[in-house]
Design a protein around this ligand. Structure first.
Ligand SMILES: O=P(O)(O)OC[C@H]1O[C@](O)(CO)[C@@H](O)[C@@H]1O
Length: 529
């Protein structure tokens, strides 16, 4: 079978001249070579390229069996993970499942309730989730490649304790499933010691590319979605998007056109859908592109909107605000379910002209009208359309975006497969929390936090202190100012600075008084320590 994903960039054509487009063709060819011959930066993380063909069939079977076990002995599956360790599964579950799958009565549900946790550090969220678990049988799938990511690790501690209290340590072991590195890391070690069942996140596949591995597949299998079709859809997409020719390959066309738009100042890409079930698909896509491209001072900012809801909130900006946006709509030709608009005898809202029309049709017209308006308003529009929201087409869509992202990153000249920028906040958080080994950073960061409290800009400080012109000021970091006066250099914050000036004012008064021989008796020049 062939993937029938349609990529239409006709509503972006007026923004990109044919020669700009043509000139990208050689760069696309180069990016293709780098990806397929594994010669580009990040070449060790290209396991996803052929994964839909070469995935481990034995593990796949174990996933299916574990899912059946969880479905038979649990009312609830808790999926603990953050970023790439949960977004893909959540995206697929939402598209292929019922919009309210956790709320459906058991008789109408094909799976346990599934909740995602460990993707924040909110005590409120976690304790609310614990309320939901009361009286229910649960299993846990912890997903973390490193095994030491703070958010999931904290959640795992809590829910593991919860399970052990409920079932006892031995029985709890049968309800804990670990997806992690095949041989390294804290989770792997713990799983081996405790005898938890484990699944592998391959070494050569990064978190944001891992949805079609055990990372996504176990929760997806538990939800009852058709894993086989999902993998087949991805495998067919792999085959189709292997063609190097830009004119033949819609996946490469998407990568090329977004790059051409970026070069013209379109810095923000809004991934839009008219189906709320795609909300988390957009979240998955944001990590994929944001973490892959946003580096070295470059990259399109990936944002998302859900229409028509956001047309009533963001719509004004999109139509009329800063012209640095382009839109990519992900659309489904045929909605899984359709309904008709009902008539109203009084026609109070004046909408009787829609009576009997399908809501899918109304939604489509909302889309067409929006595209026309936004394009006229200077927002280029791209369309990626799948015929139906089935597992097969979702698998294809995932692969389409994964590959487009790799190509796009190489076009941009970055390493699309690392994420060094994520470490900055982690290091600061660990230092501030007092993690052993971070002592020096802790002192420095705490000083910065203190300084921030009295922070003024250089100009504000000068005005506030009525500085004599002989001072040369320069801001050297948040809250710190370098002042040079009479050849002396001071690194100070506002309060220290005030103190220095007060001393100088007194000194000036003293010199003045000395000239007039009227030194005040109360005057006392303090030594500075
Ligand atoms: O699976 P881990 O190691 O817990 O990491 C989770 C997420 O954290 C990151 O490493 C950085 O935020 C992502 O790339 C990854 O998806």
């Amino acid at each position: 079978m062939n993937q029938a994903i349609r990529f239409d960039y006709s509503n972006a054509r007026t923004f990109v001249k044919p020669h700009e487009w043509e000139q990208l063709a050689p760069a696309i060819g180069q990016a293709h070579e780098m990806l397929h011959k594994r010669t580009g930066p990040g070449r060790d993380y290209l396991g996803w390229v052929d994964w839909p063909e070469r995935y481990d069939r034995a593990e796949y079977e174990r996933i299916r069996q574990a899912a059946a076990r969880i479905s038979s002995d649990s009312d609830v599956l808790l999926v603990i993970g953050i970023g790439g360790s949960y977004l893909g599964a959540k995206a697929v579950l939402d598209i292929l499942g019922h919009s309210f799958y956790n709320l459906l009565p058991k008789s109408k549900r094909r799976s346990p309730e599934i909740y995602f946790v460990g993707n924040n550090i909110s005590p409120v969220y976690i304790s609310h989730l614990m309320d939901v678990l009361e009286g229910k049988d649960a299993s846990i799938n912890v997903i973390s490649k490193s095994g030491t990511t703070t958010e999931p690790a904290i959640a795992f501690r809590l829910f593991r304790n919860w399970l052990e209290k409920k079932y006892g340590r031995e029985k709890a072991k049968e309800r804990i499933y670990i997806t992690t590195d095949k041989s390294r890391g804290a989770l792997k070690k713990l799983a081996d010691e405790e005898g938890y069942e484990t699944f592998v996140i391959p070494d050569d596949i990064g978190g944001r590319y891992s949805v079609l591995t055990a990372v996504g597949l176990l929760p997806i299998a538990v939800s009852g979605a058709d894993m086989d079709a999902l993998m087949q859809g991805a495998a067919d997409a792999r085959e189709q998007y292997m063609v190097m020719d830009l004119h033949e390959n819609p996946c490469y066309q998407y990568a090329a056109i977004r790059n051409a738009l970026y070069r013209k100042g379109k810095m923000v890409e809004l991934l839009v859908s008219y189906e709320p079930q795609f909300r988390f698909f957009a979240e998955w896509w944001k990590q994929l592109f944001g973490e892959s491209e946003g580096k070295d001072g470059k990259g399109i900012f990936p944002a998302s909107a859900e229409f028509s809801a956001d047309l009533h909130s963001l719509g004004q900006y999109i139509q009329d605000g800063m012209r640095h946006l382009f839109e990519t709509t992900v659309s489904v030709t045929k909605p899984a379910i359709d309904m008709t608009v009902q008539g109203d005898p009084d026609d109070v809202d004046g909408l009787n002209f829609l009576t009997g029309k399908h809501m899918g049709f109304v939604n489509k017209k909302a889309f067409e009208g929006t595209v026309l308006a936004h394009v006229a308003g200077g927002v280029p529009n791209l369309l990626i359309e799948i015929p139906e929201a089935t597992a097969y087409h979702v698998g294809g869509l995932i692969y389409f975006f994964e590959k487009a992202c790799g190509i796009s990153g190489y076009l941009l000249g970055v390493n699309p497969f690392d994420q060094p920028g994520v470490e900055a906040y982690k290091a600061n958080m660990f230092a501030l929390l007092g993690k052993p080994g971070y002592e020096e950073q802790k002192a420095e960061l705490e000083a910065r936090l203190r300084d921030n409290k009295t922070y003024l800009t250089v100009a504000e400080t000068a005005a506030y202190l009525e500085l004599p012109e002989t001072f040369i000021l320069e801001k050297i970091s948040q809250g710190r100012i370098r002042a040079v006066h009479d050849g002396n250099e001071y690194l100070i914050n506002k309060d220290q600075f005030k103190h220095h000036l007060e001393e100088m004012r007194k000194l000036r008064e003293y010199e003045e008084a000395a000239r007039h021989e009227t030194i005040p008796e109360s005057y006392d020049v303090k030594d500075e320590d």
